[in-house]
Write a protein that binds this ligand. Structure first.
Ligand SMILES: [Zn+2]
Ligand SMILES: [Zn+2]
Length: 150
């Protein structure tokens, strides 16, 4: 897997929201949970996890999703494209939707989550697969270390 060099850039569907990532991604994920299926109107969500302090975004955002699960989901105000999420208690990381990045094609998922709820016909080339989520922050850190070493 050849990874794109930072800075990574991207935009929402209409181009009103522009994102820039000035560091290498921490991890790439596919999540098969039912919530992600609905939020992304797809079989699974694609996430590129990046350090918050290396992430910048211009344009008007609005919050979407349930707004109650400890996750805040941000969408472009104009085209309503899902751009990124922030998880309570994980302020140092941004879960950017891989699809908005220009480099999306080379950011294939390294980890897949929630295969318990996977569409039976959906498959991704992830190296690490979880029926639910990693058990602990240590396990998540080990995945990020493995991703950095690839
Ligand atoms: Zn837009
Ligand atoms: Zn999910």
């Amino acid at each position: 897997m050849v990874l794109p060099e930072p800075p990574l850039k991207g935009a929402c569907l209409c181009g009103s929201v522009q994102v820039t990532v000035t560091a290498s991604p921490l991890l790439t994920l596919a999540c098969h949970c039912r919530d992600c299926q609905k939020l992304c109107a797809s079989a699974y969500s694609l996430t590129t996890m990046v350090p918050s302090d290396a992430f910048s975004c211009t344009g008007e955002l609005i919050k979407g999703g349930l707004g109650s699960s400890g996750r805040t989901h941000y969408f472009c105000r104009s085209c309503l494209n899902f751009v990124f999420s922030q998880i309570d208690g994980a302020g140092q990381r941004i879960n950017l939707r891989t699809s908005v990045l220009n480099e999306a094609a080379s950011l294939e998922p390294f980890v897949e989550l929630m295969t318990d709820e996977k569409m039976p016909w959906a498959s991704v080339p992830a190296i690490h697969s979880f029926t639910r989520y990693p058990e602990s922050l240590e396990e998540l850190q080990a995945l990020m270390d493995a991703y950095a070493e690839r």
